[in-house]
Design a protein around this ligand. Structure first.
Ligand SMILES: O=P(O)(O)O[C@H]1O[C@H](CO)[C@@H](O)[C@H]1O
Ligand SMILES: [Mn+2]
Ligand SMILES: [Mn+2]
Length: 395
């Protein structure tokens, strides 16, 4: 019996979403956004030269069929990826009405989102009075800082010093259905921040706000402020049975690498391994060696999105893709006969695009372990079906 490794490169979209015109970045529609296509184009043009150089160098992903997947999704010929595939490749189109992480992951796991998410307005204050009151009560403070749309790194630079004086939590949102709370790990306290998020999450979930996210940071006004890896997402539970639930019910071991446990509200998850992406790659290597036969490992590499996509850092995103591809090649000898490894994404975040938010895109579905195969156009839920078939559990 074989195992499945389902690996999400967070935000690694490939353009072509038929409904991209309904999604926006800084007031502009996402039509034409193409995360991996535009990164490959920038690399080939010599426009992504920080810490790396030249055409994009991802031989493993290219050998699975990344170039043809981009062409299928968006009609774009991505330079540097034009090799004959030996893996299986397709392009998946999202149904859920959201270009966010939970929508993408749940749908990949078999459950499109049946409701419309609640988004906060771009006005200041962004949060209604009852939400602000609940935040103050749970934090034990007379007020909150922020209360607006913001980039997470910018808002701690702007308000970190004030936060250290008042110890009021920094509360902000984005184009996603989220309420994020940044607070200093030592001065405010990590446990106090996590308790605050946990206490207010049910009220926000009731409003169909997808996640309350704890964003702890360290530092001081002199040296600057930095976010730590102790981020924690408190997400609404998926609205139905996912592939993780099905696998667990069938008695299979399920492993979550990265923030998968948070995204699925721990439903259907046996064991969690977390850390920055470099550590997650070690965890993946360990699980390739250790994971039980018939098990499902579901991984999310978040830094493509959080460190490079939202920051519109084209060189950084390309560097991380090249790191990922190389590191992964070092683990391939641990695969066993019959194992299936799938690489996909949850949405786009084109670093060449306007704004700082996700972009509505199709995503690649690249598989190792099925031989050479054109999977064609797919739904996100077809990924769950592929996993189910391979593990011999109900689709
Ligand atoms: O700017 P930061 O805090 O990284 O926020 C980003 O991270 C959030 C959760 O993934 C998204 O909603 C996006 O706004
Ligand atoms: Mn995401
Ligand atoms: Mn994001």
């Amino acid at each position: 019996m074989s195992r499945v490794f389902l690996i999400v490169l967070d935000s690694a979209g490939i353009g072509g979403a038929p409904d991209a015109d309904r999604f926006f970045n800084a007031g502009h529609p996402d039509t034409g956004a193409n995360t991996l296509g535009h990164i490959a184009k920038a690399c080939a043009a010599g426009a992504a030269e920080e810490g790396r150089s030249g055409p994009i160098d991802v031989p493993f992903l290219a050998s699975l069929g990344l170039g043809p997947a981009i062409r299928l999704a968006s009609g774009f010929d991505a330079p540097g990826l034009d090799v004959q595939p030996t893996g299986a490749w397709g392009a998946a189109t999202e149904l859920s009405n959201g270009k966010d992480t939970p929508s993408g992951h749940w749908e990949l796991a078999g459950v499109p989102v049946p409701w419309d998410w609640h988004y906060f307005p771009t006005t200041i204050p962004a949060f209604p009075d009852n939400v602000t009151a609940a935040l103050c009560k749970a934090a034990g403070t007379d007020g909150i800082l922020g209360n607006c749309h913001a980039s997470g790194t910018q808002i701690i630079a702007d308000l970190g010093a004030e936060h250290l004086k008042s110890l009021w939590p920094i509360c902000y949102t984005s184009a996603d259905s989220v309420l994020q709370i940044a607070a200093h790990e030592d001065a405010f306290g990590l446990d106090r921040l996590l308790d605050l998020c946990q206490a207010t999450a049910p009220m926000l979930h009731e409003m169909k706000v997808g996640r309350v996210i704890a964003r702890p940071f360290i530092g001081d006004p002199k040296t600057g402020f930095t976010r730590t890896a102790n981020r924690h997402d408190y997400a609404i539970a998926p609205p139905g049975d996912t592939i993780l639930d099905r696998a667990q019910r069938a008695g299979r071991a399920t492993y979550a690498i990265g923030k998968i446990g948070d995204i699925f509200s721990m439903r259907g998850i046996g064991e969690v391994r977390k850390g920055p992406d470099a550590t997650l790659m070690d965890h993946l290597g360990d699980l390739l060696t250790e994971a039980d036969d018939t098990s499902l490992t579901f991984a999310n590499f978040v830094e493509f999105d959080s460190v490079y996509g939202h920051r519109r850092d084209v060189s950084g995103y390309a560097r991380h893709l090249e790191w990922f591809d190389k590191a992964l090649r070092g683990h391939l000898d641990k695969l066993r006969d019959g194992d299936l490894m799938i690489f996909t994404a949850d949405h786009g975040n084109d670093p060449t695009w306007t704004g700082t938010d996700h972009t509505r895109e199709r995503v690649p579905v690249l598989a190792h372990g099925l031989g050479r195969k054109e999977l064609g156009h797919m739904a996100f839920t077809d990924v769950a079906a592929m996993v189910a078939r391979h593990l011999d559990i109900p689709e």
